[in-house]
Design a protein around this ligand. Structure first.
Ligand code: CP
Length: 314
C-alpha cells in the first residue's frame, strides 16, 4: 500500500496490522516525553481545502511525535486565490520536498487525483461524501480496545445513526466494521440512506428506538444542518425526536455499551444529552486514539524503522 485513499483496499489482516502498530504508538503517547525519532528527516504536509479541527491537528501532532517536519498549507491564504490550480499547488509543494501529503477536500476524488501529481505518499483526510479512512481506523481501534477484543468485532452490534447518505465517515466505518466481523445497522430516515444501497451485511432501521436497547456501540453521526434546507429532513425537531440520543434513550443502553461520535457534534440536534454524563461515552477517547492511529498510518506508509520507535527524544 503506497497511499491511503479508501478503506476498500484494506483487508481485515491489514487493518489488524495497523491497529497493532497503533498500540505501539499509544504506548509512546503515554510516555512523559511522547516523541521518537522514527520519521526524522521526513516532511508531512497538511493540505486542507475544507475546515477541520480533529483530523488536521491530530495528523500534525502525529507527525511531530514521530519527529517528522510538518508543513501546513492554508487554502484561504494561498495563491489558489490568485488562480493557481490545485495541480500546480501540489507540484509546488512537492518541489519543496514533501514525503507525505495529508489531503482533505470537499470534492470526492481529490486525494486520488493528487496521487497523479506527486511521488509522495497521499493520505485521504476526508473527501466529499466518499471516504474518511483514518476516522474508520481510529474508530475500529477505539471499539476493539474498549472491549479488549483484539482485532475483531465478531459478535458486536454497531448501530450507526444519522445521515448515512452524505457521510464519508459512515461509508468508511461500515466497510471497516463489517470486515472486522461486526453486525452493523444503519439507522436513518429513508431520505438519508444511500440511493445505491448499503454494503453487504449492513441492516437498516428507521428509528433509534429499534437499536438502543441492545447495541454494543451507538455511533451517532453529525446531522448536517444544510440537509434541513434540502427537504431531506422535514424538520429539525422531528429528526431529533426519532434519531436523537436523549437522556431516556441513554438510560436504555446496555451497561457495557459505548457511545461514539466522530465530531463535530451538534448538541441539541443528534446529541440531546451531555456526553460527559454518559459512562459509555468514548468520544474524547476517539480523539486521543486518532493521534495514535494516525502515527501508525504515517509510520507504516513512510516506511519508518522499528528501531526509531525506541525511547528517546529527537
Ligand atoms: N471527525 C472529523 O473529521 O473531524 P474534523 O472535521 O474536525 O477533522
Amino acid at each position: 500500500m503506497k497511499h491511503l485513499i479508501t478503506t476498500a483496499g484494506l483487508d481485515a489482516a491489514e487493518i489488524g496490522n495497523l491497529l497493532d502498530v497503533a498500540d505501539h504508538m499509544a504506548e509512546i503517547n503515554s510516555r512523559p516525553v511522547p516523541k521518537v525519532p522514527a520519521l526524522r528527516g521526513r516532511t508531512v504536509a497538511s493540505v486542507f481545502f475544507e475546515d477541520s479541527t480533529r483530523t488536521r491537528l491530530s495528523f500534525e501532532t502525529a507527525a511531530k511525535r514521530l519527529s517528522a517536519d510538518t508543513m501546513t498549507f492554508s487554502a484561504s491564504t494561498s495563491s489558489l486565490n490568485k488562480g493557481e490550480s490545485l495541480r500546480d499547488t501540489i507540484e509546488t509543494l512537492s518541489a519543496m520536498g514533501v514525503d507525505a501529503f495529508v489531503v482533505r477536500h470537499k470534492s470526492s476524488g481529490v486525494p486520488e487525483a493528487v496521487t497523479q501529481w506527486t511521488d509522495a505518499v497521499v493520505i485521504n483526510a476526508g473527501d466529499g461524501w466518499h471516504q474518511h479512512p483514518t476516522q474508520a481506523l481510529l474508530d475500529a481501534f477505539t471499539v476493539t480496545r474498549s472491549f479488549g477484543d483484539g482485532n475483531t468485532m465478531q459478535g458486536r452490534h454497531i448501530a450507526i445513526v444519522g445521515d448515512i447518505k452524505h457521510s464519508r465517515v459512515a461509508r468508511s466505518c461500515m466497510d471497516v466494521f463489517v470486515k472486522l466481523g461486526a453486525r452493523v445497522t444503519a439507522v436513518a430516515p429513508s431520505t438519508l440512506l444511500p440511493a445505491g444501497g448499503l454494503p453487504g451485511g449492513v441492516a437498516v432501521a428507521h428509528g433509534i428506538d429499534d437499536v438502543v436497547g441492545e447495541c454494543d456501540v451507538l455511533y451517532m453521526l453529525r446531522m448536517q444542518r444544510e440537509r434541513m434546507d434540502s427537504a431531506l429532513v422535514p424538520e429539525l425537531g422531528e429528526y431529533s425526536a426519532r434519531f436523537g440520543l436523549d437522556p431516556a434513550r441513554a438510560a436504555r443502553l446496555p451497561a457495557h455499551s459505548l457511545v461514539m461520535h466522530p465530531g463535530p457534534m451538534n448538541r441539541g440536534v443528534e446529541m440531546l444529552v451531555d456526553p460527559s454524563h454518559l459512562p459509555g461515552s468514548r468520544i474524547l477517547a476517539q480523539v486521543a486514539n486518532g493521534v495514535s492511529v494516525r502515527m501508525a498510518v504515517l509510520f507504516s506508509l513512510l516506511g519508518g524503522a522499528a528501531a526509531g520507535l525506541e525511547r528517546g527524544d529527537s
